[in-house]
Design a binder for this molecule. Structure first.
Ligand SMILES: [Zn+2]
Length: 56
């Protein structure tokens, strides 16, 4: 079982890429693969699952 709490907060993912893709982990808990571009932002929150991506 996962140690994720009921708040749904996931660990931020650090990346040096300009674009990230999230599918919520796939499977029953996933969502359609969605791409996000950092642009001038340092952080992206997935609009579906709330996964946080932080630019290195
Ligand atoms: Zn997501």
């Amino acid at each position: 079982m996962s140690a994720t709490t009921a708040t749904g907060q996931a660990q931020p993912i650090e990346t040096s890429d300009k674009t990230v893709a999230c599918n919520g982990g796939g499977g029953a808990l996933g969502h359609p693969l969605t791409y996000y571009t950092f642009g001038d932002k340092k952080q992206i929150d997935c609009r579906y699952c709330g996964q946080v991506f932080v630019k290195k």
